[in-house]
Design a protein around this ligand. Sequence first.
Ligand code: GLN
Length: 312
Amino acid sequence: MIIIAWSRSNKPHVRNRDLTMNETWTVRKLIAWTAQWFADHSIASPRLDAELLLASILNCSRLDLYLMPDKPVDDHERSLFKSLIRRRIQREPVAYILGNKEFWSREFIVSPAVLIPRPETETLIETALTLTPECEDFRIADLGTGSGCIAITLALETATTHVIATDLSMEALAIARQNAERLGAGERIVFLHGSWFEPLNAVAALQSFDCIVSNPPYIRTGMIESLQPEIRMYEPFNALDGGLSGIDAYEVLAAGAMRWLKPGGRIILEIGDDQANAVETFLLNASFEAIDKIRDTSGKYRVVTGRKVCRN
Ligand code: GLN
């Protein structure tokens, strides 16, 4: 049995306490202990993480934990909980430990094959929804779909859109398909395997899109090693790596979108906060007009959009 010490700090009276001692561990006590243990290990949100992990073991919501602070947590539950604590101490993200992550108020399955959906990506969703009219047969392509969070959210938030989602990773596509089925968007999305636009040729050669969206990899290769361990050790490298200058994907996406969009169609791209000007240049070079740079809730540039000229 692995003993987890109470604290790494120099507190002789508590140093050797552990979760298996023969005493009553209540929900409240266990959360306090774990939050302190995580804080000692420089985990960024120690209490939240402790609560999420314990709630998953007790099969309840975080709110439920507050409603039963004095409930005892038995030996079996504590031993399961300890294995999750150990994974978190190794810096595995909570989303991978739990196997899910909330995005746009829906729960998405995630695994290390897909990037964990980020709140920043909700800016892209808001932008796309603003630009999506209520009309029949509105066609959207989501390139590099990962968990499918963008494609699925757009399909579910609009009544009549048809969505095609592509990804280079078969493992990611399996997760995205699973998410679409579970969330009730299975009928509305076609998932295709391949790089960016390439798989569209097989199914949509004679068709075109009203909107092309993507949250491509945009971290400079040389930066990845300096990211927090949760990202650099666990998230898929290919979903992060934007090449030497971080912007490789945007040039491909801008050029391809000009080919695949209907006249008047929009490209909507998530970007790193220092990439707005570079991406704007790619869109201008590809002859997009009405370029707009949009900030996220923290005031950073997060999305760039452009429109294909309206004449044929
Ligand atoms: N589209 C997915 C997301 O936004 C995956 C993005 C990626 O892998 N770069 O989370």
